[in-house]
Structure formats: structure tokens, C-alpha cells
Design a protein around this ligand. Structure first.
Ligand SMILES: [Zn+2]
Length: 268
């Protein structure tokens, strides 16, 4: 999964000032929301933060401000957020984007509805899969594309193939050896909470078919060099974060016999 930098040009506190001045329901809320924003940054968006308990009316106003993306509140950057990254979802690695995700969900955290550190481009399927589950009580905190930049910089997805049965099974793994046990658990929990398995399986089948087309006329001993070259192109084109590259990495670590059993059925 990929990381990104916070846009320093976005001034959340000016937005908060405009909202709490301009919307009667939010009058008097500036201080309490501003402190919550500060706590969010100090705690890297921890789901253990306590919600401040805004009223239903106040929550609805903040949700509407988010949905509207109004320029008068300095929120016109929100609709453009989904275009920030093209190529792979920062939460799951799929190749489709299209929605904006609230890292800490709008329920029970309406105070972070328009907070730029809390809004992340995400694909629709993993956004829907997570829903509002990322709250107090979860075992591991989701990876945050801004706060977890160092960890994400080391993370590479590697699809794991199991060819023992009649049908090849595969799942989304990663380069575990670069992480301590706590980090490994957190990354695995993130994958479990975000990845839409149906979409992942489909994307992997498509990638295997593409590999099959490339290697069809070549001897088995040359297949891995073809796959390696394809992976190098993906990584240099900045699409090495996604499921396609993950599939190629996984194919590079299986034996030639296993590689043949995975790819050959796709050669028409
Ligand atoms: Zn996703």
C-alpha cells in the first residue's frame, strides 16, 4: 500500500472557524473541536481517542459540510482528493479509486468529518468493507497513509500461492521479514479489515492471465525473467504498490513446477 504526504496548504482551523461562526448549530464548538483535532494529530489518529459527544444536529451539520465540499468553508479540496493518487488504493492496493474514506469513521467521530488528516482516497469496495468498524475495541489500528509513511515505505505486498490442492489458492501477504512481530500483526489485521477478497481474487486471476499471455511462447526456464522484467516496469511506473505487482512478486518466489501449475491453465 502507498503512503502520501499531508497537503500543508489545507488550513483545517480556518475551516473550523468558518463552520463554527457560520453555522448556528456549531456556535461555541471551536475550542472543543480544535482540541480534538490536536489530540488526533498527537495520537496519529488512534481509534482509542474519546469522541467529544457532539449533538445529532451538530453531527448532521458537519456531515453536510463534508458532503457539500463548500468553497466558503475552504472545503473545495475534498472532491479533488480522490484524484490525488491514481493507480492503487492506499488502504488495500486495488487498482480502483473513487471514494474518500474517513480514517476514523464519521460515526462515532463526526468532529473529524472535514479534517484533512482524516480524509483519505480509497476504493469503494474496501471503504464499504471497513464501514464504521475502525473504532474503540479493535485489536490493531489500521495503517494510516500519512502517519505510517515509514512503515508503508518498507511494505511490499507479496501474493502467497498454495498449489497443493486441485485448484490453486492464493492470499494477500507481505514482506514479513522486514517487520517486528507487533508490526506484522498490525499489517495482517489491516489487510484482513480492508481487502475485499472477491475483488482481490479477480484482480489476481487477471494478472495471471496477463503473465500467461507474455510467457506462452517461451520456455519455462525463462518465465521468471519475463515476470521480473514486468515487475521492474510496474515499480518504475509507480504502480508497484498494487495487487498486480503483488501477484508478480508471489510468482517469483514459487518453484518452477508451481509456477507452471499456476500459469499454464491460463495459456490459451
Ligand atoms: Zn481499497
Amino acid at each position: 500500500m502507498r503512503s502520501f504526504s499531508h497537503s500543508g496548504a489545507i488550513d483545517d482551523l480556518s475551516t473550523l472557524d468558518a463552520l463554527t461562526t457560520g453555522i448556528p448549530f456549531l456556535h461555541g464548538c471551536y475550542q472543543v473541536i480544535e482540541s480534538a483535532y490536536q489530540a488526533y494529530i498527537n495520537n496519529c489518529g488512534s481509534p482509542q481517542l474519546k469522541a467529544i459527544g457532539l449533538s445529532l444536529g451538530q453531527s448532521v451539520c458537519l456531515h453536510k459540510a463534508y458532503e457539500g465540499g463548500a468553497q466558503k468553508y475552504g472545503l473545495d479540496w475534498i472532491p479533488q482528493l480522490r484524484d490525488v493518487l491514481v493507480g492503487s488504493c492506499p488502504m488495500c492496493g486495488s487498482s480502483t479509486l473513487g471514494t474518500v474514506e474517513h480514517y476514523l469513521p464519521k460515526t462515532p467521530f463526526p468532529e473529524f468529518s472535514v479534517f484533512s488528516w482524516n480524509l483519505i482516497p480509497s476504493c469503494a469496495s474496501c471503504n464499504q468493507k471497513r464501514g464504521s468498524k475502525h473504532v474503540n475495541g479493535i485489536v490493531c489500528q489500521l495503517l494510516h497513509p500519512i502517519f505510517d509513511k515509514v512503515l508503508l515505505g518498507k511494505l511490499k505486498l507479496v501474493t502467497q500461492f498454495d498449489t497443493a490442492g486441485l485448484v490453486t489458492q492464493f492470499k494477500l501477504g507481505f514482506n514479513e521479514q522486514l517487520f517486528n512481530v507487533r508490526e506484522q500483526k498490525r499489517i495482517a489485521a489491516h489487510i484482513n479489515m480492508c481487502v475485499d477478497l472477491r475483488a482481490f481474487k479477480l484482480a489476481t486471476q487477471v494478472q495471471i492471465s496477463m503473465v500467461a499471455a507474455r510467457v506462452a511462447s517461451k520456455a519455462l526456464v525463462d518465465w521468471k525473467s519475463v515476470i521480473q522484467a514486468e515487475l521492474a516496469i510496474m515499480e518504475s511506473a509507480n504502480v508497484g504498490y498494487g495487487w498486480g505487482a503483488s501477484c508478480l512478486r508471489g510468482l517469483l518466489v514459487v518453484s518452477d513446477v508451481e509456477l507452471s501449475s499456476i500459469v499454464t491453465p491460463k495459456i490459451l
